[in-house]
Design a protein. Structure first.
Length: 228
């Protein structure tokens, strides 16, 4: 029996998540964090198919919405929302995030004790290693590294190393939105597991039925069951 429960963690319309449970599950809950470079025009609809597929494979899932740029988000509001949502869920979890959601998944692993592990799908992991990424991060953080250095130090996962939890980074070789070097360099600087996916673009990782999503799901479920 599958049930879906809306959990609000604040008064803003974007401060909620959808918890999908499954009877008899023997795994941690997976928190699914959508991407979209933190902008309001993208929402948790990107994560719902992943949550449904995880639940179909016996894993409870929490599809997270949060305040984004143009809708009350920015920094630290966006990060604060992720932490508040985890407080409201109040159970050990594995975070799973795509693109900007991958940033939040790994960042939450560094910040929140209930996060036991994180899986990043084409994650934005180092805000200062690539000019394009730095420009997009500047939209979230409200300035350049020279203008708001404390925000970069707080928000960039690379600046929060070491992170003493299992981290798995999956990235497509043909990613057109987030350079694969984001995962390669982060893995080299940490104990994270890096998985290179051939013939894979940015959206393949969140498209059920693709080989890329099937690998992401397998890695996530393996962590969620091993750490339960």
């Amino acid at each position: 029996m599958i049930g879906v429960q809306r959990i609000s963690y604040g008064d803003h319309p974007s401060q909620f998540g959808e918890f999908s449970s499954v009877d008899g599950s023997n795994s941690l809950t997976v928190v699914v964090i959508h991407g979209g470079f933190w902008h309001e025009r993208y929402d948790l609809e990107l994560g719902r198919p992943l949550s449904r597929d995880l639940v179909a494979h016996g894993v409870p899932a929490f599809t997270l919405e949060y305040r984004r740029i143009g809708g009350g988000g920015g920094w630290p509001e966006t990060g604060d929302d992720v932490l508040a949502a985890l407080d409201a869920l109040n159970r050990p979890v594995v975070t799973l995030g795509h693109s900007a959601g991958g940033h939040l998944a790994v960042w939450a692993a560094a910040r929140h004790p209930l996060v036991r592990a994180a899986v990043a799908q084409a994650g934005v992991l180092d805000f200062t290693a690539d000019p394009y990424i730095t420009g997009r991060a500047g939209e979230l953080l409200g300035g350049t590294p020279a203008e708001v250095p404390d925000r970069y130090a707080d928000a960039s996962p690379a600046a929060r190393l070491p992170i003493d939890k299992p981290l798995v980074l999956l990235h497509g070789e043909d990613d057109e939105d987030v350079p694969i070097s984001q995962s390669e360099v982060f893995a080299a600087a940490s104990d994270a597991t890096f998985i290179r996916l051939p013939r894979t673009d940015h959206m393949d990782l969140i498209t059920p039925g693709t080989a890329a999503w099937t690998r992401c799901r397998a890695e996530t479920i393996a962590l969620a069951t091993a750490l339960a």
